[in-house]
Structure formats: structure tokens, C-alpha cells
Design a protein around this ligand. Structure first.
Ligand code: ADE
Ligand code: SF4
Length: 338
């Protein structure tokens, strides 16, 4: 019976699988585009990734070019995608590949920075033809419905069970196709809120559809609230119109990106300044409640290695963190500076 499910899914995939740029190399897939795509797709939607992916491959057409590029150029290409750790990992990974060649085992893929179990299985199946099921959140949803799993998919035991199921279902020798087919099913048919069971190629194998529970699965667990931190940011305006940006330390949150500094860093009193924009920036595991204020500087401008005073038109050369961009837009609207 499991063979029939795989056959139905792969037949559907052969007809309707998405034509995506990183899928154009034939099988096995070329590792470099596949790896770049997986890194971008880790936390970002396909439609958003497409233009970034195209530009990235033009800027860094292969692992050697990427390995030799300066980190700041790599981060600048990533600008707008968020979660910059992924760009650093690609850069470091390219250097490992330039030195030692591409991996050909699950463990080899796992050894590249930023490659977890999902990405290792995806890349080993796509690029090396290994029989490994790539199970991310979308696959977990599809598998939970197919098997009628009642447990919440953020529970480790449930993930282990569904990963085992996926590895049992995948047709040996065709894991790359299977993994892409599951991705496409989750993206186009087995949707999170409104699964389109009427159009589904594996409906006759699906426990959730049989019991009318498709939209109720997977079960959810209430999430803990994320910690909130108050962060003050100063848009400090020099008499000559320049503003001050600060480069975050490499190992910090938003490492290597440019932000508006804390007022204290510029010797400004905490509650001073003119309120510009208060907003929340959401990270994976915490939130910043940002209070952005405008300060007009008089007297000598503080200088330091991590600070830079520049005209607003010149900041686009730097890799800006998302909250920086937002505050900068607010300042430009307010001040009509540019
Ligand atoms: N093709 C290969 N990997 C993919 C992914 N993670 N998302 C969408 N399409 C893909
Ligand atoms: Fe998902 Fe419905 Fe297809 Fe089952 S039948 S896999 S719930 S779309």
C-alpha cells in the first residue's frame, strides 16, 4: 500500500511539479544551486526567494567565487532576506567546500555550517541520490494528515514517528523526487488552513481525509510567549546632515549588520530626543520593542571603530538590519532628508 501512495504522488509530481530555478539541473541536482536554495528557503517563502536567488547566482555563480568573496559583500547580497546567520553559513560552508569538495553522505552534509537534519536529507537525496526523507514543517503537516497523527508536530516523539513514516514511504532510489513532491503537495494542495483534498493525488491513502479531519490536523500546542526586550535607538543627526550607524558585533543578534546606536553609546541621555517611531521587531526567539528617537547633535561627534557618520543617501552601501531600514524611512519621511 505504501508503494501505491508513492506511485500516486510521483505521478502527480511528474505532471504538476513546480518549475523552480534550482530544479533545472536535472538529476542528481547540482549541489551548489540546491544548497543555496535550501538555505534561502529555510525561513523564507519561495516567491520572496526567487529574485534573491537569481541575483545571488549572478554574484556568486559557484562555491569558489562565494568562498573568495568578502563577508560584507555576501551580507549585502543577502540584505532583505533576514536571518543573516544563513548568509554567514553559506560563506563559511563555501570555504569548507572549496577546501574539501562537496559532501556525499548525510553526515558530510550535516558537517557544513547551518545544515541540520532536514537540509542534509534534502541535499543528500537531491544531489547524491541517497534514500533520506527531508522532513520540515510542511512535510510534518502532510505526514500527520496522511497518517491521522493526533499528536502535536512540535513534540520530538511525534517528529521521530513521522520522520520514520516518511522514510518508510519513500520509494527507494527516488528520494529526491519524493522530497520535492512532498514539498509541492504541502505548498499547493495540502495547505495549512484549507487543504484541497478534492484535488489531492493521495486522497485515497489519507487517514485525515477519510475521517473528515484534514483541517483539524496537525494538532497544535499552545506556544510560550517570547521574551520582550526594550531597545532604544538614536537617529543622531549631525549639523552637516550626516547620521550615525553602528555595526553590530559579529557574534550578537543581527551580527555584522548596521543599526542605529543606543543613545547612551553616543553620550546622549536616555529619555532625550524627539519620538520618531516605536515598533516591535520579531526574532525567532524574542522581540525587541524599539523606541526610535531623533537627536540633533551639537558639539563634537563621537567617533569609534564600530560607528560611522554618513549622509542618508550613502547608507545603502551598508548591510542594514530591518529595524534600521524602518527607522530610516520614518526619519526621511519626517525630515525630508535623503
Ligand atoms: N526544491 C528543492 N528544495 C525545495 C524547497 N525547500 N522548497 C521548494 N522547492 C524546493
Ligand atoms: Fe492533505 Fe487532504 Fe491530500 Fe490528505 S487528502 S494529504 S489532508 S490534501
Amino acid at each position: 500500500m505504501s508503494g501505491a501512495l508513492a506511485a500516486d504522488l510521483l505521478a502527480w509530481f511528474a505532471q504538476t511539479g513546480r518549475d523552480l530555478p534550482w530544479r533545472r539541473s536535472g538529476r542528481p541536482r547540482d549541489p551548489y544551486p540546491a544548497w543555496v536554495a535550501e538555505a534561502m528557503l529555510q525561513q523564507t517563502r519561495v516567491e520572496t526567494v526567487l529574485p534573491y536567488y537569481a541575483r545571488w547566482l549572478r554574484a556568486f555563480p559557484d562555491a569558489g567565487t562565494l568562498a573568495a568573496a568578502p563577508l560584507d559583500a555576501v551580507l549585502a547580497q543577502w540584505q532583505g532576506l533576514g536571518y543573516y546567520r544563513r548568509a554567514r553559513n553559506l560563506h563559511a560552508g563555501a570555504q569548507a567546500v572549496a577546501a574539501a569538495g562537496w559532501p556525499h553522505t548525510l553526515a558530510g552534509w550535516r558537517a557544513l555550517p547551518g545544515v541540520g537534519p532536514y537540509m542534509a536529507a534534502a541535499l543528500a537525496s537531491l544531489c547524491d541520490g541517497l534514500d533520506a526523507a527531508a522532513v520540515d514543517g510542511n512535510a510534518l503537516r502532510v505526514l500527520a494528515r496522511l497518517s491521522g497523527e493526533e499528536g502535536a508536530i512540535d513534540l520530538p516523539a511525534v517528529r521521530v514517528r513521522l520522520t520514520g513514516l516518511a522514510n518508510a514511504l519513500l520509494p527507494p532510489g527516488r528520494a529526491g523526487e519524493w522530497n520535492e513532491a512532498v514539498m509541492d503537495l504541502g505548498a499547493a494542495v495540502c495547505l495549512p488552513r484549507r487543504p484541497r483534498c478534492g484535488d489531492c493525488p493521495v486522497r485515497r491513502h489519507c487517514a485525515a481525509a477519510a475521517s473528515g479531519r484534514a483541517a483539524d490536523l496537525p494538532a497544535r500546542r499552545p506556544r510560550r510567549p517570547q521574551p520582550v526586550e526594550d531597545v532604544a535607538m538614536a537617529v543622531a543627526l549631525a549639523p552637516d546632515g550626516r547620521i550615525c550607524l553602528q555595526r553590530r558585533p559579529d557574534d550578537a543578534l543581527l551580527g555584522g549588520l548596521w543599526v542605529f546606536p543606543d543613545p547612551a553609546r553616543l553620550g546622549l541621555p536616555p529619555a532625550a530626543g524627539w519620538p520618531l517611531l516605536a515598533f516591535t521587531h520579531v526574532f525567532t526567539h524574542r522581540r525587541w520593542r524599539i523606541d526610535g528617537r531623533l537627536h540633533r547633535m551639537d558639539g563634537p561627534l563621537p567617533e569609534a571603530g564600530d560607528l560611522r557618520w554618513l549622509h542618508p543617501g550613502a547608507v545603502d552601501a551598508l548591510a542594514l538590519a530591518a529595524p534600521t531600514r524602518r527607522l530610516l524611512d520614518a526619519a526621511q519621511r519626517t525630515l525630508q532628508i535623503g
